[in-house]
Structure formats: C-alpha cells, structure tokens
Write a protein that binds this ligand. Structure first.
Ligand code: TYD
Length: 204
C-alpha cells in the first residue's frame, strides 16, 4: 500500500506521518516513511539544488524536471523495493505536489507536468490524504522557519496551490481523501486513522 500525504506549507503533514508510524506498528505492519523531494541519496542531492534559496534563477521547467528526476530515483531506489517487500509506504508529498505547485501554481499546466512525470514513472499512490487548509494559516505557522526557495513565494502562489489540490481531488476522487486542516494535530491524526480503520485487512 502506497500512501501519500499532500498539502500546503505548514499543514502538519510531517508530524502526522510520524504519529501514524506507531499506529501501523501496533498492527504489526512494517512501514517505511519517506519524503519528496528527496528520499534517496541521489534524490536528496537533487533536492538541495531545487530548494536552495540562492538558486533564484531556476526556470519553472527546470524546476518541474528536477522534481520529476528526483521522484524517479526515489521511486525506484526506495518506494518500489519497500512495496515489493509488502511494507506500507507513507510518503510526504509525491506526484500531486508537482501537479499542484508546478502545474497549477507555476502555471506550467497540469497536463504538461503530468506528461513529464509519466515519462519518468508510471506509478500512482493507492491513497492520497490531502490536508486542506487556508494558506494564511499554514504560512503563519512556518514564518519562523522559512528555509527553502518555495517558502519564499507569495500568498497568491499558495492560494493557487490550494486551488490546484482541490481540482486534483475531483479528478482523482477515488484515491483522494480530504482532511480538514483547521484542527489540532490530534484531530488530524484521528481523522486519518478513522479512514485507515480496516488497515489490518491489508496484511497478506
Ligand atoms: P519541504 O521543506 O519538504 O516542505 P514541506 O514541509 O512543505 O513538505 O519543501 C518542499 C517544497 O517543495 C514545498 O514547498 C513543496 C515543493 N514541491 C514542489 O513544488 N513540487 C514537488 O513535486 C514537490 C515534491 C515539492
């Protein structure tokens, strides 16, 4: 089972994913927690180029291609082997981040970004939890830790990211689960667990 977590900045995804680790382990299901961009040694090197605050001159298409390059490396080196071992993979961001950020917010077009990603990989998550939250709230949360190039984008960009995710949740309605981000982290965890309640049935 390949589960991804998506959302805007400061939506609490990372804390949520860490908390879910224990939930799976109590059910004797092995989990692998990983993230994008990055997640493997080579993909982490690409991450540094993409997110470096000094790389202001990166073109939108270069950015989209680098995210896709990092993704295929991560997928083949980490995700697919874990899934082949019957582990559950919890991934902080995946293809939908590229569709929402580069496709919608950067304006490259979702079909174009999908095209370069399907050239790079032919793999979609089984379930995607999207933590939906007004960008004002998330941006206020991360104010003290602005640490990458995309954090520097204006609010308008982050509104487009959210619109992008909401459009994606309709397009991919079978795998998308929208979680209300306007609640405490405990609330988020409980909501996600409620959706995963039959998780023990996945065990082979
Ligand atoms: P990161 O520090 O991992 O942030 P977060 O905690 O928000 O996940 O930074 C990743 C940034 O890169 C984030 O702003 C989202 C963006 N991003 C894209 O624009 N496209 C992508 O395909 C991915 C994976 C991330």
């Amino acid at each position: 089972m390949f589960i991804t977590f998506e959302g805007g900045e400061g939506s609490g995804k990372t804390t949520l994913i860490q908390a879910l680790k224990g939930f799976f382990e109590t059910k004797n299901i092995e989990v692998v927690i990983t993230r994008e961009p990055g997640g493997s040694i080579i993909a982490e090197k690409i991450r540094q180029i993409i997110l470096d605050i000094d790389n202001k001159g990166i073109k939108a298409k270069t950015e989209a291609l680098l995210f896709a390059a990092s993704r295929v490396q991560h997928l083949e080196e980490v995700i697919i082997p874990a899934l082949n071992d019957n582990k559950v993979v919890l991934c902080d961001r995946f293809i939908d981040s590229s569709l929402a950020y580069q496709g919608y917010a950067r304006g490259l077009g979702v079909e174009e970004v999908l095209k370069i990603n399907t050239f790079a990989l032919d793999y979609m998550p089984d379930i995607t939890f999207y933590i939906d939250q007004a960008p004002e709230v998330g941006m206020a949360r991360i104010q003290s830790r602005v640490n990458n190039r995309l954090d520097l984008e204006q609010l308008d960009f982050h509104h487009k990211v959210r619109e992008g995710y909401l459009a994606l949740s309709k397009r991919y309605d079978k795998r998308y689960i929208i979680i209300n981000g306007d609640q405490s982290i405990e609330g988020l965890i409980n909501d996600v667990k409620a959706h995963l309640k039959d998780v023990h049935l996945w065990k082979k």
